[in-house]
Design a protein around this ligand. Structure first.
Ligand SMILES: [Zn+2]
Length: 246
C-alpha cells in the first residue's frame, strides 16, 4: 500500500469533484494500490475495500479518526474519536471472494457470493435505494430455489433477504463499521454506522485545499510553478512558508 504524494492528493481531489462516493472509493484504492491490477481492485469485497481505506488513513493521517456526527434523537453535535484498531472487524480473505455459498432458509435454498466493489459501482447508478438493493441481490444471488422451483430474486421474502445480508456480514464483517455513540445530552445510545470512505475523502479534500493555498503563497512569493512546489517535501515547504510569513 502506497502513501499518496502531494501531487496525487491534489489530482485525486480534482478528479473526485465529478465522482459519486463509490467512484471516489475506487479512485482512492487505485492510487493507494498501484501494483494491483484494476480487475483485482474491482473484485475486492466491501470489507476488503474498507480495510484498505482504514490502513490508508492510518498511513496518511494517523490511526485516530476524530470527527463529529449528529445525535439522531436530539440533534446534539457529538464528537467521536476512534482508532483503526477499535474499528477493525476483519474482512473476507482473498479466496472467500467470488466463492459461492449455499444457505437453507425455511423452504428456500439460496446460493450467493459476497458483494464486491464492482457490484457497488453497478448499483450506484440507481437513484432510489429499493432498485439499487434489488440489483445488488440480483447480482450476488446465484440461485434461489423453493421446493425444486427457481424463484425470481424480486419475489424473495423481505425477511430472507435481510437474513442474507446478515450472512454476508458474518463472512465480511469489515463491510459495516459500527461505532458506539452515547449522547451526553439525552443519553441516547445507539451504534452508528461509520463510512470510512466518506471520512477519508473529506480529509483528502481538506489536505488538497491546504496544499493549494500553500502553492498560492509560495508561487506569489518566489514565482515557482505548482508542480515544483508540490514536489517539495512537507518539511521544506513548511520552512519556506515560515520565511514568507516573517
Ligand atoms: Zn442526543
Amino acid at each position: 500500500m502506497q502513501t499518496l504524494s502531494s501531487q496525487s492528493i491534489v489530482q485525486l481531489w480534482e478528479n473526485g469533484q465529478r465522482q459519486r462516493p463509490v467512484e471516489r472509493m475506487l479512485t482512492l484504492l487505485v492510487a493507494a494500490l498501484p501494483d494491483v491490477p484494476h480487475r483485482d481492485i474491482f473484485a475486492l469485497s466491501i470489507g476488503q475495500c474498507d480495510a484498505y481505506l482504514l490502513l490508508l488513513h492510518e498511513q496518511m493521517f494517523g490511526s485516530r479518526f476524530v470527527g463529529f456526527m449528529e445525535c439522531s434523537h436530539c440533534q446534539e453535535r457529538l464528537e467521536f474519536s476512534f482508532t483503526v484498531t477499535e474499528m477493525w472487524a476483519g474482512a473476507a480473505s482473498v479466496d472467500e471472494v467470488g466463492k459461492v455459498y449455499s444457505y437453507q432458509m425455511e423452504d428456500y435454498k439460496i446460493q450467493l457470493r459476497l458483494p464486491t466493489l464492482a457490484d457497488m459501482l453497478a448499483i450506484s447508478k440507481h437513484q432510489d435505494a429499493a432498485s439499487a438493493r434489488l440489483l445488488l441481490l440480483q447480482r450476488c444471488i446465484v440461485q434461489a430455489i423453493r421446493k425444486e422451483d427457481a424463484v425470481p430474486i424480486e419475489k424473495l421474502p423481505g425477511e430472507i433477504t435481510v437474513t442474507l445480508g446478515e450472512k454476508v456480514l458474518e463472512r465480511d464483517p469489515q463491510a459495516e463499521i459500527q461505532i458506539d455513540m452515547i449522547c451526553p445530552q439525552c443519553q441516547y445510545h445507539r451504534p452508528a454506522f461509520f463510512d470510512v470512505s466518506r471520512f477519508l475523502w473529506a480529509e483528502i479534500q481538506a489536505q488538497a485545499k491546504r496544499l493549494l493555498r500553500e502553492v498560492h503563497i509560495l508561487a506569489r512569493a518566489y514565482g515557482w510553478r505548482e508542480t515544483e512546489i508540490l514536489a517539495l517535501s512537507n518539511v521544506r515547504r513548511q520552512y519556506y512558508l515560515e520565511m514568507v510569513a516573517e
